[in-house]
Structures are given as structure tokens and as C-alpha cells.
Design a protein around this ligand. Structure first.
Ligand code: KIV
Length: 272
């Protein structure tokens, strides 16, 4: 399969803005380690998100809440080492930016200094305004995240589609405008009605990247384990699976077990 990459320069926040202006869709995928990040980068991904979904797909937790700053920094460093072209965004984990804007800045500075990533992402709108302002004042680019914000799962009580009701949709629109006014360079909208996401993308000048938010936004993001079919127990309507790695890996591992048990591996050529 050919790649859509015509420009091998490093992707910057400004280039994402230009992509939106010329109507070029932005591709974004999560990664958590060096090897996968380098494959995804070389395949031509515009943005790699070191998501706190690492909590689910790497650590096996039920929610993203247990993720720590040290763990995000570990994943961020590993990803950055594998990337040459993609813009690398690191999620700020739960509890490191919501309460106190000075602590938020300290957390963001640690991420930037220790991982060498390009920018950070955090969840929420007006509630985290002070934290966003302080982080931006330090020159750290911020990507916002509205709609289904998994760090608030205990408040929502469900992973169902958000902002179906007028009041919540209105708050989301106001928050999206606020994030743009504050200076966020992009916004993720997760699991909201497609019409609402399209409206937000049309009203904002910054790129809006959707997950379960329809095709009217400026780009798409998926969790790598879901789209590669590593994770078989997660099948939301918005997910398209591009591979069945669960089956491919299982068959390869079973073949290896069989080869070891049957004395087939290693053969004459596979030894010194
Ligand atoms: O942590 C994550 O993977 C995310 C995406 C779902 C956008 O925030």
C-alpha cells in the first residue's frame, strides 16, 4: 500500500493548522513503546498520541485513572526515541493538572523535559482553564479533549455517547471556543454526535480530531490496540479494525510452541 506522505519534514502544531486550512485530514494513532512508534511513524502518521489509554491496553486496568506521571513519562520517552516525523503528544494523567495550576505546570514541564515530546494533551474545558493558561504561558503547546473524557468516568458512570442533550452540547460548544481562545493548538472530541462534532470543527479555526465523532471533523484518532485487532473485547460502533493481530499472534505463538515441543526448532541452520 502506498503512503499518503508527500512531505517528510517533522510535523509541527503549525503544520496541523495548515492542514486544516487546506482541508487535508489529520491522521492520529496512539503508541506506547519504541518499536510500535517507529513503525507507525515510518508508515506516515501525522500525530502519535502517547495516550493514558496505556492504562487499559498496556497495564490491563479497567480505567485510565491509575496511570501515574512517571508511567506516562516512561511511555513518552520510549515513543519519542522511535519517532522522526510524527508530532508526539503525551497525555497528562489523572490528578496531575486538575486541582492546582502550579502543579499542572510542574507536571507538564516534567513531561516536556524528560520525554522530549512536542506537546501535551489534557481533558476538560472551563474546569481546567487556569491549568491550561499556566501551561501555555510556559510555551508548552496544549491539545484539548472534550466529550467523553475517560478520566471523568466515575462522574459520568458510563462510556455512552456524550452531549446528546442540549445543555451538555451547549457546554461542549462553549468549552471548545474557550480552548481555542486560550490558545490550545488542537482539540480531540470523543464519542459525541457527528452533527455536533461537525459544527464545532466548522466553528473553530484550530484542528478538531475525532474519535467516535463522525467524519465532519478535521482528523481521526484511534487506539492502536483496537484498530490492529489486538484487543478483541472492545467493539464500539465507531471502531474500524484494520488487522486481526490477535489471531495472527496467537497462530504464530501456537506454531512456535508446536515447533519447540516437536524438536523442530531450532534446526541445523538455526544454531552455532
Ligand atoms: O488516551 C487515549 O488513547 C486518548 C484517545 C482515546 C483520544 O485520549
Amino acid at each position: 500500500m502506498s503512503t499518503y506522505v508527500e512531505d517528510n519534514r517533522k510535523v509541527t502544531t503549525h503544520r496541523l493548522f495548515e492542514m486544516k486550512q487546506r482541508g487535508e485530514k489529520i491522521s492520529m494513532l496512539t503508541a506506547y513503546d519504541y518499536s510500535m512508534a517507529s513503525i507507525i511513524d515510518q508508515a506516515g502518521m501525522d500525530v502519535i498520541l502517547v495516550g493514558d489509554s496505556a492504562s487499559n491496553v498496556m497495564a490491563g486496568n479497567v480505567t485510565t485513572l491509575p496511570m501515574t506521571l512517571d508511567q506516562m513519562i516512561y511511555h513518552g520517552k520510549s515513543v519519542v526515541r522511535g519517532v522522526k516525523r510524527s508530532l508526539v503528544v503525551v497525555d497528562m494523567p489523572f490528578g496531575t493538572y486538575q486541582g492546582n495550576s502550579k502543579e499542572a505546570l510542574a507536571s507538564a514541564v516534567r513531561i516536556m523535559k524528560e520525554t522530549h515530546a512536542d506537546c501535551i494533551k489534557l481533558e476538560g474545558g472551563s474546569e481546567v482553564r487556569e491549568s491550561i493558561e499556566r501551561i501555555l504561558c510556559a510555551g508548552i503547546p496544549v491539545m484539548g479533549h472534550l466529550g467523553l473524557t475517560p478520566q471523568s468516568i466515575n462522574k459520568f458512570g458510563t462510556y455512552a455517547v456524550r452531549a446528546r442533550e442540549e445543555a451538555e452540547a451547549q457546554k461542549l460548544i462553549e468549552d471548545a471556543h474557550l480552548l481555542e481562545e486560550l490558545g490550545c493548538f488542537a482539540l480531540v472530541l470523543e464519542k459525541i454526535p457527528a452533527d455536533l462534532a461537525t459544527r464545532v470543527a466548522q466553528e473553530l479555526t484550530i484542528p478538531v480530531i475525532g474519535i467516535g465523532a463522525g467524519g465532519g471533523v478535521d482528523g481521526q484518532v484511534l487506539v492502536m490496540h483496537d484498530m490492529l485487532g489486538i484487543n478483541k473485547n472492545f467493539s464500539p460502533r465507531f471502531l474500524r479494525r484494520y488487522a486481526d493481530l490477535n489471531t495472527i499472534i496467537t497462530e504464530a505463538v501456537q506454531q512456535y510452541i508446536q515447533d519447540v515441543k516437536s524438536h523442530d526448532f531450532p534446526n541445523e541452520k538455526e544454531q552455532y
